[in-house]
Design a binder for this molecule. Structure first.
Ligand SMILES: Cc1cc2nc3c(=O)[nH]c(=O)nc-3n(C[C@H](O)[C@H](O)[C@H](O)COP(=O)(O)OP(=O)(O)OC[C@H]3O[C@@H](n4cnc5c(N)ncnc54)[C@H](O)[C@@H]3O)c2cc1C
Length: 425
């Protein structure tokens, strides 16, 4: 039994289904709509992707999927989960994959109460359709805030502002010069950026900032973090801090109950900053690892064009990166990160996007081109043979390019190669 049909719950169910010794798996999801690729919601917000393209394909037997089934209680003694209407589902092994929920700031009203009119979140398909029209203000400076602000402008909203407490967007991930380049890119895209600012109050489409400025905000979108959905585990008497406490294998103190994904909190934190790739304004943004304590580093700054790249090397590999405005470098360095291959001797060609600088996969078709959606060249070639002959058709067939968009040039290049091969045969 898996509770939570988001990214982690579904990936785990798919893995179980591939095993010969897999028994029946029930996958329960609270949301009434079919599961979707949540990370692509900003592309729905911007109007670039229709919602139905985000729907995830059904999982094979022995997985049975149930949508619109919010679980309210876990009874560990009887090994059943209870849903809102009182129906019970028995389990031998229970996996909690309930994810996390938006953490709203105090100006959105008291916790648990309905937020004031105009306040909207971006978490589910229904949320994307519920954001009021008109002037929009995004609160926060993390990845979701940045993506939402760019997406709202791409959607054609005339007035979009971003209000962030920190000194630059993504200040927890990016060094100052990269963050300043990102802020400049937001401004160039038409987003009014307010940094080192605090939102004090919100009412009747007006957001008042700590310095007294008042922003017009028909829609207020707090992107101010998330909290793990750990209520089920807490009420079932399992150890919980913010998330459900587990070991690195997802085990809780009950051998029959596991917790995985963003609802869980492993006892020992995983080392290193995870990979972050954003579409931003289409020119791509990449950040991972640590830039400090490097054995060697290379920095490229181009403030006039709001571009920045920094790579940190340790033991001959790229151990940290912050790149903005250089899509070829984003693609090349992501490839190095994923393959774990050694860095080339001269890093500059890598940042300039020279193909010779990038170690290639044994068979180029096995390389992942779209990292956001895990699409390989082989999958794209198969879709191409079935008639998807240009970028929009390939995007529809495989979802490639619909995440951060940084792979668009590579997908176009693959199209050109396939076309040449076809003409030659
Ligand atoms: C708009 C947006 C964009 C994002 N972009 C990116 C990105 O580009 N890259 C990235 O790495 N991450 C991104 N994220 C974060 C990413 O979505 C999460 O890290 C990821 O979804 C976590 O997976 P999960 O399976 O743990 O939780 P979720 O995907 O949130 O899934 C949890 C599921 O459990 C269900 N659930 C919760 N409680 C119950 C219950 N009691 N009963 C039944 N079902 C329940 C929920 O309805 C939900 O469907 C984004 C998130 C959002 C909202």
């Amino acid at each position: 039994m898996i509770v939570g049909n988001g990214r982690t719950g579904r990936a785990y169910a798919a893995r179980l289904a591939g095993r010969d010794d897999c028994g029946p798996v029930d996958l329960l999801g609270a949301e009434p709509a079919p599961a979707l690729a949540r990370a692509l919601l900003p592309s729905v917000l911007s109007g670039e992707l229709p919602l139905h393209l985000l729907r995830l394909p059904p999982l094979p037997t022995p997985v049975t999927e149930y949508a619109g089934v919010p679980v309210t209680t876990v009874d560990r003694r009887r090994r059943v989960v209870v849903r809102a209407d009182g129906r019970e589902f028995p389990y031998d092994r229970l996996v909690l994959a309930t994810g996390s929920a938006p953490h709203l700031p105090s100006i959105a009203g008291p916790a648990g109460a309905a937020p004031p009119e105009g306040v909207a979140v971006l978490r589910s398909a229904a949320d994307a359709a519920r954001i009021p029209d008109g002037a929009a203000v995004v609160l926060g400076g993390g990845p979701l805030a940045v993506e939402a602000a760019f997406a709202l402008r791409r959607a054609g909203r005339a007035e979009v502002a971003l209000v962030h407490r920190g000194p630059w967007p993504l200040d927890r991930r990016l060094p100052e010069r990269a963050g300043r380049a990102l802020a400049a890119r937001l401004s160039a895209a038409g987003v009014e950026v307010h940094l080192e600012q605090r939102a004090e109050s919100y009412a009747r489409a007006k957001l008042t900032l700590a310095d007294g400025q008042v922003l017009h905000a028909d829609a207020l979108l707090p992107c101010t973090g998330t909290l793990p959905e750990s209520r089920l585990a807490r009420e079932a008497g399992l150890p919980v801090r913010a998330g459900v406490l587990t070991d690195l294998a997802g085990r809780t103190t009950d051998p029959a109950v596991h917790a995985i994904g963003s609802c869980a909190e492993p006892a020992r934190p995983r080392p290193g900053g995870s990979l972050l790739r954003l579409r931003a304004d289409g020119s791509g943004l990449l950040s991972f690892g640590s830039l400090s304590d490097a054995e060697e580093s290379v920095v490229l700054t181009d403030p006039a064009r709001h571009r920045y790249a920094e790579l940190a090397l340790r033991a001959g590999r790229v151990a940290g990166a912050a790149i903005i405005g250089l899509p070829h470098a984003v693609a090349a360095v992501t490839g190095l990160h994923d393959s774990g291959a050694p860095a080339p001797r001269d890093l500059l060609p890598l940042l300039l996007g020279s193909p010779a600088a990038v170690p290639s996969a044994a068979d180029p078709l096995d390389a992942v081109l779209c990292h956001c959606n895990d699409v390989t060249g082989r999958k794209l070639a198969a879709a191409w043979r079935q008639g998807a002959r240009d970028l929009p058709a390939l995007a529809r067939a495989t979802r490639a390019t619909t995440g951060c968009g940084g792979c668009a040039d590579e997908v176009r290049a693959l199209c050109a190669v396939l076309m040449t091969e076809r003409s030659a045969t």
